[in-house]
Design a protein around this ligand. Sequence first.
Ligand SMILES: Cc1ncc(COP(=O)(O)O)c(C=O)c1O
Length: 391
Amino acid sequence: MKLAKWAQNAKPSFVREILKFTQMPDVISFAGGMPAPELFPVEEMTEVMMQAMKESGRYVMQYAPTEGDPMLRQVLAQRLVADHNPATADDILLVNGSQHALDLIAKAFIDPGDVVLVETPTYLGALQAFRPYYPNIIAVPTDAEGMVPEHLEALLAQHQPKFVYVMPTFHNPRGTTMGLERRKQIVALCKAADVPVIEDDPYGELRYRGERLPHLRELWDQAIYLGTFSKIMCPGIRLGWIVAPPSILNAVKLGIQATALNISPLTQRIAALLMKRPTFDQHLDKLRKFYGERMHVMLDCLKTFPEGTTWSEADGGLFIWVTLPAGVLAMDLVPRALERKVAFVPGEPFYAAEGGESCMRLNFSNSTPDQIREGMGRLREAIATLMPVKK
Ligand SMILES: Cc1ncc(COP(=O)(O)O)c(C=O)c1O
């Protein structure tokens, strides 16, 4: 037996491995990107599940159109338009979460050896999704706002990539946001080179301070947009969506047909009914309130970390990206932190090539303020054990 090359070389995701530890009692986890389970809309979800079965049981139990539930596409289109993200129901295709979207996009675009451009660092799940298609993944040098335009321009000209993948709002892992000017520059460069740009936006609704910024599709109608219900409803629903021009949607649709025929009409109907409720916006407000508080608690704790520690000032999302004091490596910190029953993800897996050795990603959504204070205390202690001794 011989598996395909990607399967022979694939390593389990580092985050998934660390998540195993987080199941142990007393462990405080800043590791995954997990929403707070106590904020899941369990009761409302139960009600709409019953409603979906009662009102349309025979529809949701049948095979369904590959492009998705017409009701959900309609509700989503209205929401996107209200968010200045131009889309009609026909521009939207439903998928099993953004991770599925990343695989489908890769499947639609990448032939072995094709270049794709990503930020550095980038979402490690995107690297995992792209790699089985044998792309040449090139990391575009990135500053506090994302891809540096001069570098992007040069790499676009040099490689004619298949697509450019970015997270302009509340980046994973860095938590940072691309400003308006930078968005315009990135879009203008991709447009001039006629290269699709993909905006992966799981966190856009989770803004705790500052002003909203336009989606890339608002600046260029050929941009591809990826959305998900994971962080605003619950990840267990495994539901997300792609907004893209018709030719791209068609290729993606064929990809879904080949692997899954269609995604679950039941979960789609549940999501549509939940979003149609006026209480859905109140639910989002509640998430913003709770997560915003948690983010501020974590930022305050960081001020007490050893000298030389720096971090990103996120305005939303679920993460803070921390650079450790000189000489302290995040990989060395992992076991010391786990001994003290606190988990985080070190920076390296987020880099397509190399980098991130002194960085760590901290998630604040999945711990209460008290747990954050306790866990940050333990982490500070673990870092202290690695600090070079002053002479
Ligand atoms: C940037 C980014 N893209 C995609 C995903 C995958 O999300 P989903 O649960 O919708 O598959 C995540 C999950 O954390 C993410 O952070």
